[in-house]
Design a protein around this ligand. Structure first.
Ligand SMILES: [Zn+2]
Length: 101
């Protein structure tokens, strides 16, 4: 999983194709991500002690990580590459322009 929480991504497939949002959560085990405002579904919420009230709420459902691309500030949607620093750390870079992501 190359994506991280907080990444700005664009949806490439599905009903939300073309829309952008920030990653709220990464689910590595299922290779899915939850993107703010993407794949939003109506969910019938039962009243619980935590939510206080029930009703229908909008919930962002997980989407396949392969259906989104990280957004580079200069190129738009792009693929992620890596640059190895002298100290061994990997920095994520844009495969189109080589800039840091
Ligand atoms: Zn770029």
């Amino acid at each position: 999983m190359k994506l991280r929480k907080g990444d700005r991504v664009q949806v490439l497939q599905g009903k939300d194709r073309g829309s952008r949002g920030d990653i709220m959560r990464v689910l590595p085990r299922t290779n899915r991500v939850i993107v703010e405002g993407v794949n939003r579904a109506k969910k019938h919420q039962k009243a619980t002690r935590a939510t206080m009230q029930g009703g229908i709420i909008d919930k962002d459902m997980p989407i396949s990580a392969s259906a989104v691309a990280i957004v580079c500030s200069t190129d738009g949607p792009t693929r992620i590459g890596y640059r190895i620093e002298d100290n061994g750390h990997k920095t994520r870079i844009c495969k189109k322009c080589g800039g840091d992501l």
